[in-house]
Design a protein around this ligand. Structure first.
Ligand code: HPA
Length: 276
């Protein structure tokens, strides 16, 4: 349903959401990745807005992704949370994946925390670790800002230096240290998926300096930086990447590990939000 320009569609979606949100005006957005949806259940005074009820938003079809906005209070702050995200591998265009990020910005969000489950390329990482994204390699082959319409929303030739905000990364380390939760910081590599990588690809990505790999995040972060949002990216290492220590990742393993680390994930993200 791509009627009207991107700017017109965003105006229509945000007007409808604002009407439903009333006095709520969150400045913090959180995107919850595969198997990490529990945090949404911990949001107080929650208002639920399914993606399918927002004009121009695509529905989520991925396993373990509920596909709704949850607006409420977490760690003493007003937040808008995406319980589930849109992926390129579901058949969404880069712009469709980025749309809810632009929409949250339109609603007043200036800080985005995006999370996912990822495979570890770095053999020094352990399954169950958290990894703060220090930078990314966008290997999806796509960019949501391509085309003329994103340029009507904001200037499209922007820098991607420090895309993952250094101050937010420091704050995330502090929160993890205080909770006694093990965190790494590394370079995240994003792919279209949905097939997992080959061992040869993982070996190649290691030589590029990538520490983790998954099938989301990059397009969201590009969209967030396009409109000047501060970004924190956080992965849960759900598996070793294909070929690392003989690993052959599966969707089931990703979900099981995510579920087993969900409680610490919730504590960590809540502690980060408290410190914002
Ligand atoms: N590869 C790609 N995507 C993933 C992985 C992986 O190893 N783990 C979780 N998402």
């Amino acid at each position: 349903m791509a009627e009207g320009t991107l700017r017109e569609r965003l105006a229509e979606s945000s007007a409808q959401m604002r009407e439903r949100m009333g006095e709520r005006a969150p400045k913090v957005g959180v995107i919850l990745g595969s198997g990490l949806g529990l945090l949404a259940e911990q949001i107080a005074d929650a208002l639920f807005i399914p993606f399918g009820e927002v004009p121009h938003m695509k529905r989520s079809t991925a396993t373990g992704h509920v596909g709704r906005f949850v607006v409420g209070t977490l760690g003493g702050r007003e937040v808008i949370c995406m319980q589930g995200r849109l992926h390129g591998y579901e058949g969404n265009t880069a712009q469709e994946v980025a749309y809810p990020v632009w929409l949250m910005h339109e609603l007043g969000v200036d800080t985005l925390i995006t999370t996912n489950a990822a495979g570890a390329i770095n053999a020094g990482y352990e399954v169950g670790d958290f990894c703060i994204m220090g930078d990314h390699i966008n290997f999806t082959g796509r960019n949501p800002v391509a085309g003329t319409e994103p340029d009507e929303v904001a200037f499209r030739f922007f820098s991607m230096k420090d895309a993952y905000d250094p101050a937010l990364r420091a704050l995330a380390h502090e929160a993890a240290d205080e909770l006694g939760v093990r965190v790494q910081e590394g370079v995240y590599l994003g792919l279209l998926g949905p097939s997992f990588e080959t061992p040869a690809e993982i070996r190649a990505f290691r030589t590029w300096g990538a520490d983790t790999v998954a099938m989301s995040v990059c397009e969201e972060v590009i969209a967030a930086r396009h409109v000047g949002m501060r970004v924190l990216g956080m992965s849960l290492v759900s598996n070793m990447a294909c070929g690392v220590e003989g690993a052959s990742p599966s969707d089931q393993e990703v979900f099981e590990v995510a579920k087993s680390r969900e409680a610490d994930f919730c504590r960590l993200v809540t502690a980060i939000v408290e410190r914002l």
